[in-house]
Design a protein around this ligand. Structure first.
Ligand SMILES: C[S@@+](CC[C@H](N)C(=O)[O-])C[C@H]1O[C@@H](n2cnc3c(N)ncnc32)[C@H](O)[C@@H]1O
Length: 214
């Protein structure tokens, strides 16, 4: 499906955790529902959407009913295998799941909107992934993301995450703050339309960025 299919270095980590990740309940259900409601309000029924880093596809299942086509990709084949098992059950018929790195060019582009939830802090080359999203959007298209910005977290939390990463219990992450993220998006040519937070924590900004209209 993809013109290029890269394997990212953290794939074995995500393949290993995929079954547990699939079973894990959403940490803050009301914040998650608020995020879904906000994204639905941004999408139109005619939209052709790409989600990168879709994990086991739970968000795809919830968002696909409001758009025409929903292509969901993840770099981990373990995650995609689990997502594909959902196709027989509760997944809307306009969804397809594919293994692809976030920096891959995906067949079907350009898209009306690209979503990246809890992903951008995990990719190896953030500017490249953001540039790829920009390239794969139609003029006026939206890049909708929610990203862990560890620079915004208290020092003990940052120290704990560093320790968990050293022990390989947590994946390697890029330590960002919201301004860093906005800078990367603007450097790629995006205009920032919204930034907000859902739930009490102020470490995972939700950012809506728009590619300039032609
Ligand atoms: C924290 S999970 C988030 C999953 C889902 N978006 C969610 O919000 O529940 C991060 C996901 O990003 C994927 N991932 C990490 N690095 C990636 C990369 N370079 N390309 C594509 N997917 C990647 C992992 O396989 C994992 O499924």
């Amino acid at each position: 499906m993809q013109s290029t299919t890269r394997h990212h270095p953290a794939q074995p980590f995500w393949d290993k955790v995929a079954p547990n990740y699939a079973r894990k309940p959403v940490a803050d259900p009301s914040a998650y529902e608020a995020k879904l409601a906000r994204v639905r309000a941004l999408l139109r029924p005619t939209d052709d959407v790409l989600e990168i880093g879709c994990g086991t596809g739970s968000t795809a299942q919830r968002l696909a009913p409001v758009v025409t086509r929903y292509t969901a990709t993840d770099g981990s084949s373990g995650m995609i295998e689990i997502a594909n098992t959902k196709l027989e059950r509760d997944t809307p018929t306009n969804v397809t799941f594919h293994r692809a790195d976030a920096s891959d060019l995906i067949d079907g582009h350009p898209f009306d909107a690209i979503c990246a939830f809890s992903l951008l802090h995990l990719v190896e080359d953030l500017p490249q992934v953001i540039a790829r999203a920009h390239q794969q959007l139609k003029p006026g298209g939206l890049f909708i993301s929610k990203t862990v910005c560890l620079k915004e977290a208290a020092l003990p939390i940052r120290a704990m995450v560093r320790a968990l990463t050293a022990l390989k219990i947590a994946p390697k992450i890029t330590v960002l703050n919201r301004a860093d993220l906005i800078g990367h998006l603007q450097d790629a040519g995006f205009e920032i339309e919204q930034t907000t937070y859902f739930g009490k924590k102020r470490v995972t900004p939700f950012i809506v960025a728009r590619k300039a209209a032609a």
